[in-house]
Ligand binder design. Structure first.
Ligand code: GTP
Ligand code: MG
Length: 307
């Protein structure tokens, strides 16, 4: 099942950077060497088995943008499932950015009225921490107002922290067919092994694709932090020609296990009962694999009307 994802926004806003970090194993520092994208760069990313994200990274220089809205209009804006529009939070040409955004929405409304729309207020690391929330809220309000009659979902992002993972996990989550079945199985699994929490990560990107929480946790950003940390660790391992397989972190109050799960996922299981030995949890994870493997095959090939 192929889904077309358009990445748009003005030149230098950070589109290719985030795509390269999430899908092509770049680290943030490497993106400084990226050149401007010429016209549209297409890539196909296999995600959870049969789901293929067809990414259209549209170079944002003005000459290209004008072209997208004129001669390439149908080709670009047809059959779009998701539009991700990236705004540089430090841009000094907000009016122009908004103008292009609105032209883009018009074209979407004409050609793919059912597309989901996400706006990323990007490069938030350049804003002082105490001002980030307020600036983001203002931008979000403007964007929502300007998007009408279409709905948009906004995220604040930076390639330098975990916010990138938060945004992309939420976007990708919306594209996974039959995610509810996956979630209910995860819930059952968490109850059987008596876990505090279970997370499911897509194998290559380490984005969280599903989770089940059974006990409260005070850190609302823990998923994307784990994604970010483990992905970086995995990349460091591969630099040493080692393959990241699994990990156990334990102290006196909790234990966390990250382990290869199905052919497309890793699982993380958090336990707080010190009486349950690691071996028991590891065996439980191993025994659950077959079930999830089967579920994944069914759900990723489900026809789109069953989403
Ligand atoms: N400070 C900061 N810099 C970023 C961030 N994301 C990307 N950059 C930098 O922004 C520059 C431009 O990024 P690109 O990803 O090439 O921009 P683009 O949107 O693909 O540009 P075009 O291809 O011309 O449309 C690079 O030097 C990146 O390192 C971010 O979150 N924070
Ligand atoms: Mg680019």
């Amino acid at each position: 099942m192929k889904k077309k994802v358009l990445l748009m926004g003005k030149s230098g806003s950070g589109k290719t950077s985030m795509r390269s970090i999430i899908f092509a194993n770049y680290i943030a520092r490497d993106t400084r060497r990226l050149g401007a994208t010429i016209d549209v760069e297409h890539s196909h990313v296999r995600f959870l088995g049969n789901l293929v994200l067809n990414l259209w990274d549209c170079g944002g220089q003005e000459a290209f943008m004008e072209n997208y809205f004129a001669s390439q209009r149908d080709n670009i804006f047809r059959n779009v499932e998701v539009l991700i529009y990236v705004f540089d939070v430090e841009s000094r040409e907000m009016e122009k950015d908004m103008h292009y955004y609105q032209s883009c929405l018009e074209a979407i409304l004409q050609n793919s009225p059912d597309a989901r729309i996400f706006c990323l207020v990007h490069k938030m690391d350049l804003i002082a921490e105490e001002q980030r929330e307020e600036i983001f809220r203002e931008r979000e309000e403007d964007l929502k107002r300007l998007s009408k009659p279409l709905e948009c979902t906004c995220f604040r992002t930076s390639i330098w922290d975990e916010t990138l993972y938060k945004a992309w996990s939420s976007i990708v989550y919306k594209l996974i067919p039959n995610v509810k079945a996956l979630e209910s199985s995860l819930k059952q699994f968490a109850a059987i092994v008596d876990a505090d929490e279970v997370l499911l990560f897509e194998r290559a990107t380490f984005l969280v694709v599903s989770h089940c929480q059974r006990r409260p946790h005070r850190d609302a950003h823990r998923f994307e932090k784990v994604s970010n940390i483990i992905k970086q660790f995995k990349l460091s391992c591969s630099k040493l020609a080692a393959q990241f397989q699994s990990m156990e972190v334990r102290n006196s109050v909790f234990a966390a296990f990250i382990d290869g799960f199905t052919s497309n996922t890793y699982v993380m299981v958090e336990m707080s009962d010190p009486k349950i030995p690691s071996e028991a949890t590891l065996i439980n994870i191993r025994n659950a694999r077959k079930h999830f493997e089967k579920l994944e095959k069914v759900s990723s090939s489900a026809p789109s009307q069953y989403q």
